[in-house]
Design a protein around this ligand. Sequence first.
Ligand code: SAM
Ligand code: SF4
Length: 336
Amino acid sequence: MKDTYGRKIDYLRISLTDRCNLRCLYCMPAEGIPQVPHEAILTYDEIIELVRVAASIGIHHIRLTGGEPLVRKGIVPLVKAIHAIDGIKTISMTTNGILLPKYAHDLKLAGLDRVNISLDTLDPARYHEITRCGSFDAAVAGIKAALEEKLDPVKINAVAIRSLDQDFFAFARYTIDMPLHVRFIEYMPVGNSRGVDGCGWGADDVISCEEIIAIINQKARDAGMQPLQPIDKDVPEGRGPARYYSFPGAKGTVGFISPLSNHFCSTCNRIRLTSEGMIRPCLFSDQEFDIRAALRHGDEGDVRSVLLNALAAKPGEHHEGGHARATTVNMNTIGG
Ligand code: SAM
Ligand code: SF4
């Protein structure tokens, strides 16, 4: 399925819930989110029907996200049902990993292919501060469960935020002995990130991927190590826009996702579904298409029309340039 700009769109990211068992500073308010009436959230049957129609027009890859997808009950049967849909080739999940020890085995059996786990620091005290409540040991147990169940390649997502003062080199070095793919993501101007703490998103808090690479390589040289080497083959499988590097002989890789400093709109392959049933053609735009109404009051043709209208509206590129808030909706609603 091609959009107006000739891009092949074959990837749908589904936010299953706005809720989360963590409260990351940059993503959610400390007090959580307003309760959404139960009826506003798409049911699993509605999601399955939507995926079936989407698959019939060329969507082959599904990512389940949130909020935290693993806090929504019945996730294993949902994965199994999506796996059974003709045309769906891969199912992946973005999670904070906390509940993976409980679910990884059953998810793998149900047809989940791989996971991305969010972890912004290797320092347990900082992890607790950034997530406002999370246990670092629980997140690491989630990573181990994912590796054991071969939900691989296991990718680690770390949002890079200047004022969080993260140790990028320690993270990159983690990939030498662990078969993990650590990806640094530029801090995006989405939602009211950290607004509740009086220190909302600002361009000063963005660290470009080029700067992160320079920091890692300087520290590597100081430690007598070779710098990161770019790799273009044997990159971890997936649908993402990361550029990958590795230390010589490392088991894992280090990836960089730079939506601000070096946007990848020309190769964008995705649309998004919010938990309330809105299709978002672009992460950096508030434009939404109501597919819930089509699912509830229309027929298959109506659902297909909403998907095609959303595709037709997908912009060629985003223009936020790193200095303005791109959407007022929080990332826990859109799913990253
Ligand atoms: N709860 C799951 C998790 O944390 O992986 C899935 C949802 S979370 C919203 C998806 C991803 O978005 C996470 O990797 C998170 O770090 C990232 N994220 C949230 N706010 C962001 C922002 N303003 N800029 C960049 N990434 C962000
Ligand atoms: Fe929850 Fe993920 Fe947002 Fe953190 S980034 S608050 S884990 S949804």
